[in-house]
Design a protein around this ligand. Structure first.
Ligand code: B1M
Length: 213
């Protein structure tokens, strides 16, 4: 593996946004393809972050810092990826459900998913069912993620899934749910396709649901 790509992995893991952006630029100038820089640099680095996070060897602040470095690299890389027509592995619409303003966990999931090569359409917080439905119609994602942090808002997930059924779009997407009060049991009860307890597991679960593993 080329040293410069390994350097991207190391600097991303360490959360050095400036270094990652510079290295991505340098790697592209040296002739590495945007795809190589993405897969063997940024995604590989973010993958290592996910593994360590899952093993409780690093915590939320480190993941957020690494994700910021990933974003800095992606800003340089994105236009080149578009130019060369590199397709994302899948498209995901994500949001925090209606009535709920918590977004730290949801953002973390979105960043890890982006780190795994997904295209993310982030609807933000306090997202009503109609907005999820509109986004599904507009963006045609393969997967929709719903996050809820309050026991009073997690029931909104059930309402959203019901609204998806009524709108006739339920079977066009996989639905993954998560957030502190959400459990596998709850996900099963409300008819979600998958549940993930943390951001790194969310990547694995999404890939599993879409048959990408
Ligand atoms: Co609020 N809050 N909060 N809060 N807040 C909690 C959730 C609470 C547990 C605190 C407590 O009382 N101990 C409690 C909920 C109690 C309950 O429902 N049983 C609570 C409350 C009551 C409230 C208010 C009602 C307080 C008030 O105003 N009286 C109010 C509600 C506002 C609203 O939403 N309508 C409120 C407000 C806020 C702030 C705005 C101040 C702030 C949010 C800032 C923000 O998000 N931008 C806030 C915060 C920060 C918290 C705590 C302290 C931290 C939440 C957090 O970010 N955790 C929280 C207490 C706690 O958890 N210790 C608390 C870190 C984050 C990385 O974890 O979000 O769980 P988490 O995400 C994880 C996983 O859950 C999972 O992956 C993430 C990363 O590993 N995950 C998914 C999340 N979404 C996923 C989606 C997936 C898959 C996995 O697939 C799609």
């Amino acid at each position: 593996m080329a040293e410069i790509l390994d350097q991207i992995v190391r600097e991303l893991f360490a959360g050095n946004a400036k270094a990652v952006a510079e290295l991505v630029e340098k790697a592209l100038n040296e002739g590495f393809s945007p795809q190589e820089v993405l897969n063997d640099g940024l995604i590989k680095g973010m993958n290592e972050v996910g593994v360590k996070f899952k093993a409780n060897e690093i915590y939320v602040p480190e993941v957020l810092i690494a994700a910021r470095a990933m974003k800095a690299g992606m800003e340089i890389l994105r236009p080149k990826l578009v130019e060369t027509g590199v397709e994302p592995v899948a498209r995901m619409v994500i949001g925090t459900v209606k009535g709920d303003l918590h977004d730290i966990g949801k953002n973390l999931v979105a960043m890890m998913m982006e780190g795994a090569g997904f295209e993310i359409i982030d609807l933000g917080i306090d997202v009503p069912a109609e907005k999820f439905i509109q986004a599904v119609r507009e963006h045609k994602p393969q997967i929709v993620g719903m996050s809820a942090l309050l026991t009073t808002t997690m029931i909104q997930i059930r309402e959203n899934i019901k609204a998806f059924r009524e709108a006739g779009i339920r079977d066009t997407v996989k639905i993954m749910v998560g957030g502190a009060p959400v459990t596998q049991k709850f996900a099963d009860e409300v008819g979600a396709d998958g549940y993930a307890p943390d951001a790194a597991s969310a990547v694995d679960k999404a890939k599993e649901l879409l048959g990408l593993n």
